[in-house]
Design a protein around this ligand. Structure first.
Ligand SMILES: [Zn+2]
Length: 83
């Protein structure tokens, strides 16, 4: 299976081996990252990673939403208590 290079910073696949330089490093065309350590994975693994991150983001947003609601409820309760 074909392996693709993935930028460890922005997760872009727009990474190329910097053949022009003598450093032998990889360069991300998306965010400008230069380094010898890039993520190398199959397309399937990459897809899984992106999907996993999207699920994590959604979960995070849900937790934040719930927390905000809880804070509001707590404030409401305190106000009621002081009255
Ligand atoms: Zn990048």
């Amino acid at each position: 299976m074909k392996r693709i290079l993935v930028c460890p910073v922005c997760k872009s696949t727009d990474v190329e081996y910097d053949t022009a330089g003598v450093t032998g490093k990889y360069r991300c065309k998306n965010c400008g990252f230069v380094g010898s350590a890039v993520l190398e994975m199959t397309e399937g693994e990459y897809k899984e990673m992106i999907e996993g991150e999207e699920i994590e983001k959604k979960a995070e947003q849900e937790i934040r939403g719930k927390k905000r609601k809880q804070d509001q409820e707590e404030k409401g309760e305190k106000r009621d208590f002081h009255f």
